[in-house]
Design a binder for this molecule. Sequence first.
Ligand code: IPM
Ligand code: MG
Length: 355
Amino acid sequence: MRAGIAVLPGDGIGPEVVAEARRVLAAVADRWGHAFTLREALIGGAAIDATGTALPDETLEISRAADAVLLGAVGGPKWDDPRGKVRPEQGLLAIRKGLGLYANMRPVAVTPKLAHASPLRPDLLAGVDLVVVRELTGGIYFGQKVREKDHASDLCLYTVPEVERIVRTAARLARGRRKKLTSVDKANVLETSRLWREVTERVMKQEFPDVALSHMLVDACAMHLIRKPADFDVIVTENMFGDILTDEASMLAGSMGMLPSASLGDGKRGLYEPIHGSAPDIAGKGIANPYATILSVAMLLRHSLELETEARAIEAAVGKAIDRGVLTGDLAAAGTKAASTEAAGDAVLEALRQS
Ligand code: IPM
Ligand code: MG
């Protein structure tokens, strides 16, 4: 098939992990006879340096014209001035909003070979297979912001249609899995959460009676994710809760460097990125973990291009690379030699070739 993919490497380790993902895309195109046209564009700090804005119009146009967008990471100390008018993160928020990508899927799977990398006991990790569906274009991230000399505020706003559509996305996903949906909120305190809970109840009762719904308060969920993570199937939650819970959940997989994500809207076009940030402390050293970005490519092929066979081949290849013990510093056991970013990419390519 022919497809256009916008590639936005961003800052820090972004370009390094995206480089490995590009090699994997090229190998898939080669092996299965696809023609992927990649167009690179600027976002984040790199875009601020070049154009003065974190999301140049050209980047948004290239992304709109593409079938899918692959993104590395944004941000870094260079642009961290809290008083600065432009921040790299604005680029990320603007592209999510600009493309209407309200549903962010963050799957968490545990590979036994990586159990040592998790701070949790291996017996707690057995059978963990969950997906967090994070609402991505509403809530406190996008509400009105006020900053005065002696006070500041961030508005948290959700509309009924915003809740309905994210609940439907999550429920459809749960339907194809173990049919368990946990909606996470703070309904004992927040009005937005009470609306969220009401709408979720109604949508599930009317449209998804076959999916078991439960509600959990976000603080309890944070605890339960550590105490009994294998209990969860699909979690649906609002923007900021999802941001926080997925960093926590990444520790089940052993490292932030293992979690991919897909951000989707109503159509097929999506944006795919690792959940980790730009890791400025290790940028430029060639030691970052590229697996989350490579796994994001698998999600891209699956959700935007409907290439399920190719997606599975990539996931299996990453699994094989890990089984062979090709582990970057974030995953390698103490005292063992860590693999470079490129070596991890090589191991995936090698496993793909043999599949
Ligand atoms: C994420 C990140 C972003 C977010 C930041 C970089 C704005 O933490 O994708 O989880 O908060 O959404
Ligand atoms: Mg985050």
